[in-house]
Design a protein around this ligand. Structure first.
Ligand code: ASP
Length: 319
């Protein structure tokens, strides 16, 4: 028996440190994923998840989140929810509902309110400065504003061999009101089955959902592929399919683990990072690059780690 947890991007680190403690003490994968993602949602300097997340084109922070239980296959999700502190917890609660388990906008907010979830204005002053600067740099110059996102997605395996997965995001920066990406969509942004394994994705939701990539990775692991083989194959195939049919593929990055706790990662971009912790490996940040259609990764350097926090927390001025 062993435990493992994996998460997208360096921002997953603090949450995974806490989750590693919980998992090693026998806590459930579901609790570990929820606690870890809440920590990412609560940190104001991560500008693509929860509090401090970047707004849509109307200046409103609309959040998407999902939760999946790998034993029961129960799924709960919210999309376009405003003014609630922890969308992941609302998604998890919804996963207990037999009906109405994926709610959007006002319906999600009413459910959260009725069930006592904490309200909060999720738009920070820093996010407003980002928004105004982006308007100036793109829309006001006739350029596309759609660049900049990052979802936290996690998959965990606990000592009871139960698995869970969760995602949380503010989605595409400057998105249209009501736009929903892959992150709350089962099979696209996440999927987990405790008998096989789980996967979660980050990148351009509009393209990720064209390949239902998280489900595809779990399906490949069921066929016998290792997590690394499954991740590489799924990303390469979707990337090539999009290029052949549409001339262009958006950003696609995935992480996955199987039910033995082995992990895999794949990306079609430079600069993807992820975090893993297992019984034998303390929480570790890796950075990825792509060589000959294969994703390779190495432990993030101290310089990279220092630079990451510095740029995230650097003072921001209106341009
Ligand atoms: N996949 C998310 C979305 O499209 C954003 C991201 O992960 O970068 O909403």
């Amino acid at each position: 028996m062993s435990w493992t947890i994996i998460g997208t991007w360096r921002m997953a680190l603090e949450g995974i440190e806490k989750a590693a403690e919980l998992l090693s003490n026998g806590e459930s994968s579901g609790n570990a994923v929820e606690v870890a993602i809440k920590m990412v949602e609560d940190f104001p300097y991560y500008k693509s998840v929860g509090y401090g997340g970047l707004p849509n084109e109307n200046g409103e922070v609309e959040l998407d989140a999902a939760y999946m239980d790998g034993n029961t296959l129960s799924i709960g999700a919210v999309a376009g929810i405003k003014d609630f502190k922890n969308p992941i917890s609302i998604a998890r609660r919804l996963s207990e509902e037999k009906f109405n388990s994926f709610l959007v906008g006002q319906g999600a907010e009413e459910y959260a309110h009725k069930n006592g979830f904490e309200r909060m204005n999720m738009l920070t002053d820093r996010a407003i400065i980002h928004y105004k600067n982006r308007l100036k740099e793109t829309v006001n110059k006739g350029l596309s504003p759609y660049d900049g996102h990052d979802t936290v997605g996690m998959v965990a395996l606990d000592l009871d061999n139960s698995m869970a997965s969760g995602t949380s995001t503010s989605g595409l920066f400057m998105k249209k009101r009501g736009r929903v990406g892959d992150s709350p969509l089962s099979g696209s942004g996440f999927y987990v089955d405790s008998n096989i394994g789980g996967a979660t994705a980050t990148g351009l939701g509009e393209d990720i959902m064209k390949g239902c990539i998280s489900y595809e990775i779990v399906r490949l692991m069921k066929e016998g592929y290792s997590p690394q083989e499954a991740a590489d194959k799924a990303v390469l195939e979707l990337n090539n399919l999009l290029i052949s049919r549409r001339k262009k593929a958006g950003d696609i990055s995935v992480v996955c683990i199987n039910n033995k706790g082995e992990f895999g990662v794949a990306t079609n971009i430079e600069g993807f990072s992820f975090v893993v912790a297992t019984e034998k490996l303390p929480p570790t940040v890796y950075t990825c690059s792509v060589e000959d259609d294969k994703t390779i990764y190495e432990i993030a350097t101290e310089e990279w780690m220092n630079d990451y926090i510095k740029t995230r927390t650097a003072p921001l001025k209106l341009k």
